[in-house]
Write a protein that binds this ligand. Structure first.
Ligand code: UD1
Ligand code: MG
Length: 434
């Protein structure tokens, strides 16, 4: 790949080659560093197994490290044609040395500093959030302390967006145009708040669809593939070079993510030999947020995150203290059947529940989002299933083996992704004609 790519001077081919290498390198290093990670305390108990083995955690750090190596190696490849101008590549004459200085100054004036700026801002944002993930794995930071930090990590991206692109308006659908009497609505500064919110949401939302072998890496892998499809469709259908360049940049960032995630998934798949850690969830979530922002498709990205949005809305009562939130909301293993079942939040007998708790569980039960066990005599709730998409799936489809549950979540993610692609490329052009 790399040979072919260098002969053709194709950054895309090189990026594909690097992504395959990234997959291989991740799969090579993970089994070799596991013991060292356990010695340093990066380890976790696999709670949904009978013997509850302790296995290495924070393996997302390996994925992130390999990813950064790729990103850095890719810089000279991406800008090769500016670093080595056409004539000096083809001509092997004596004048070359004399002319080299001249070429350097030509390269300097033509060099797309804006593209390098965008690329480096992506690397800085992803790097800083991966650092937060490592600290979280080390010290278990409370979620209210770490929740807003991704917005700070996104500042370089937002600055680049402002300088390079600066589009803050949204199109008004055809049906609403006669009422609003305009074709676009400018959101101005609010659009930057929205993008910061995307950067906060993506890493955190992946981290709370977790606790089942392979589910964190599995959902990221599927979203990565869907984003790649969206970029490819956009690149082939775009006549606008600006938009094409934005989608190409997104491809360069997402392909290596798919590579390192596949390498990690190999060892994180049921029965897991390693855990991904918060590092991976933050890292992968941030890469996806970054490609959405720099690729100028952050609204389409939210269509791909519908399962995470659903899980977040479902989690609100527990995240905001309306209903007690246990440290772990992952499903529970039934040792007799070997299948995963719902996990519950138990209500202590004799202690009256606040009105807001009672109202919440009644509403969520009526909407078939949770199951509640009621005491037939006192008519008080005994326990309710935890408010997560994983428990929701188990409630509706019944107990299942751990790998099937992960496949189920990945399947939902894929169907939603295809739905998002159809909305964006099939329906949106009809509803928002240019
Ligand atoms: C998030 C979830 C929590 C869930 C946890 C599982 C919220 C608000 N928080 O917390 O409910 O229980 O993720 O990761 O929704 N583990 C397994 N099997 C797996 C993956 C993880 O048993 O396949 C266990 C291991 O003991 C591992 C631990 O989960 O050490 C990791 O939990 P951590 O990532 O620290 O939890 P949070 O992200 O804080
Ligand atoms: Mg976690």
């Amino acid at each position: 790949f790399l040979l072919l790519a260098s002969q053709r001077h194709s950054p895309l081919l090189s990026n594909m080659g690097l992504s395959v290498l990234a997959y291989k390198a991740t799969a090579f290093f993970i089994p070799r560093v596991g013991a060292a990670f356990i010695r340093r305390g990066f380890a976790g108990k696999d709670m949904n197994k009978i013997e509850k083995r302790v296995i290495p955690e924070t393996m997302g750090a390996v994925s992130a490290l390999v990813y950064f190596m790729c990103m850095i190696l890719f810089i000279p490849i991406l800008f090769y044609k500016y670093l080595v101008p056409e004539r000096s590549r083809d001509q092997q004459d004596d004048q070359l040395n004399v002319l080299n200085d001249g070429y350097a100054s030509v390269a300097k004036t033509q060099f797309p500093h804006d593209q390098l700026g965008a690329y480096l801002s992506a690397v800085i944002s992803i790097l800083s959030i991966s650092l937060l993930g490592i600290f979280d794995d080390l010290f278990d930071i409370r979620w209210r302390h770490k929740f807003f930090l991704p917005a700070i990590a996104a500042i370089p991206l937002l600055v680049v967006y402002y300088v390079d692109y600066g589009v803050t308006y949204v199109s008004v659908p055809t049906l609403l145009r006669p009422f609003l009497k305009r074709t676009v609505v400018d959101l101005g500064f609010l659009y930057y708040i929205y993008m910061a919110a995307v950067a906060i949401f993506c890493p955190n939302s992946i981290n709370i669809i977790a606790g089942v072998n392979g589910v964190e890496a599995g959902q990221s892998f599927v979203i990565g593939l869907v984003v790649l499809c969206n970029d490819l469709i956009s690149v082939f259908h775009q006549s606008n070079t600006e938009a094409m360049r934005a989608h190409l940049l997104s491809i360069y960032l997402v392909l290596p993510l798919i590579g390192v995630t596949a390498g990690l998934l190999e060892y994180n798949w049921w029965p897991s030999r390693v855990f991904v850690g918060d590092t991976f969830c933050y890292f992968a979530g941030m890469v996806l947020a970054v490609v959405g922002i720099l690729g100028h498709f952050s609204k389409t990205l939210m269509l791909f995150f519908i399962p995470q949005i659903f899980n977040f809305i479902l989690s609100v009562p527990q995240l905001f203290g309306f209903v007690e939130c246990p440290r772990h909301r992952l499903p529970r293993l039934n040792v007799k059947t070997g299948l995963l079942e719902n996990s519950y939040t138990e209500f202590t007998e004799g202690i009256p529940l606040p009105k807001k708790t009672l109202l919440t569980i009644r509403v969520f039960e009526a909407l078939y989002l949770i199951r509640v066990d009621w005491d037939q005599k006192t008519k008080k709730p005994i326990r309710c299933t935890n408010f997560t998409i994983i428990n929701f799936v188990l409630y509706h489809f019944g107990p299942m083996r751990e790998d099937r549950l992960t496949l189920c979540i990945m399947g939902i993610q894929l169907v939603v992704g295809i739905f998002g692609l159809v909305i964006r490329h099939g329906i949106a052009p009809l509803v928002y004609p240019q």
